[in-house]
Unconditional design. Structure first.
Length: 302
């Protein structure tokens, strides 16, 4: 009952417009002070301890890497490389967008950074090539989730830290799902464009959940015999898909803002890509080798 009350208070504060960080801090702090179960002086100590993990120092370096890549025009070279690889394929720039995001994910590790950096370059290019604003924003936002799946990623670092999981195992477990998500979205893009051409031819001559809920879900899964590393990747991918799912997906708003596209149009364009990611998430849940095979090959887990 207490947990439900606290969650209700947390949701209520957020719905009233309180900053999420403030709501997350004030609810447990207020509970501790009101009940007296834990000395309130433990609050600042616990906050300091939560941020004292050396592994979290990697996050600002990810941000620095993104800035260096943008300033040094490395992103432009990645786009040219992606164009050389798949620019010839059906879907053209849409396929380039996916490939570049997969490369960028291995260097940056942030969903929002991927959306903003790649989107600011490729969305205008896709619009000039004749793609709609909504489609350009949709595919850029959805493919950015790979930034949190392909190692290394900010989400992986945070989740492995708070859940006390081996970083190398979580990183390697994310490699295959990340590549499969990218390949799946490339296939969906090609299918969508093929269907579009067919139809035209017929009528005329495409950090809080991770921190708060992630460890709990992993612990519950472990008690049922579900592999912890696999559970971590399933939880991570599920949360990352949430960043682009309307109505409050951050990457969804970021892509729409860059493209200056209506939110409802972007949401409609996202549907097939989100279905593909949901399918991949489902496969990750039921097919253990997708996440566990590579770590086992390297002897990182039993």
């Amino acid at each position: 009952m207490t947990i439900i009350l606290l969650l209700g208070l947390l949701v209520g504060l957020i719905m009233l417009g309180a900053p999420i960080g403030f709501a997350l801090a004030i609810v447990p702090t207020g509970y501790i002070i009101a009940t007296g179960e834990v000395p309130w002086t433990m609050v600042p100590y616990t906050m300091y301890e939560a941020l004292s993990f050396a592994s979290l120092a990697a996050i600002p370096f990810f941000m620095l890497t993104g800035e260096l890549m943008t300033s040094a025009t490395i992103t432009d070279h990645l786009i040219e490389f992606g164009r050389a690889l798949v620019g010839w394929a059906r879907g053209g720039l849409a396929q380039v967008n996916i490939v570049v995001s997969m490369f960028f994910a291995g260097l940056n590790g942030s969903v929002i950074a991927d959306t903003a950096t790649i989107g600011s370059i490729l969305i205008p290019a896709m619009k000039r090539a004749g793609y709609s604003s909504a489609f350009s924003a949709a595919i850029t936002s959805v493919i950015a989730t790979i930034g949190g799946i392909i190692p290394p990623s900010v989400g992986m670092i945070i989740l492995a830290t708070v859940a006390f999981l081996p970083f190398d195992a979580v990183f390697t477990a994310g490699a295959v799902p990340g590549l499969l998500v990218g390949l799946t979205l490339m296939l969906i893009t090609a299918i969508m464009l093929a269907l579009l051409i067919l139809i035209i031819g017929m009528i005329m001559d495409a950090a809080v959940n991770i921190i708060v809920i992630g460890p709990v879900l992993i612990e519950v899964s472990a008690k049922t015999g579900y592999p912890e590393v696999q559970a971590a990747l399933v939880v991570l991918v599920g949360f990352l898909i949430g960043t682009v799912t309307p109505p409050i997906g951050v990457a969804y708003f970021t892509g729409s803002s860059i493209a200056k596209a209506r939110l409802e149009l972007v949401a409609l364009e996202m549907i097939p890509f989100l279905l593909a990611e949901f399918a991949m998430l489902f496969l990750m849940m039921i097919v253990s080798p997708i996440t566990m095979w590579l770590p086992r090959v390297f002897g990182l887990i039993d």
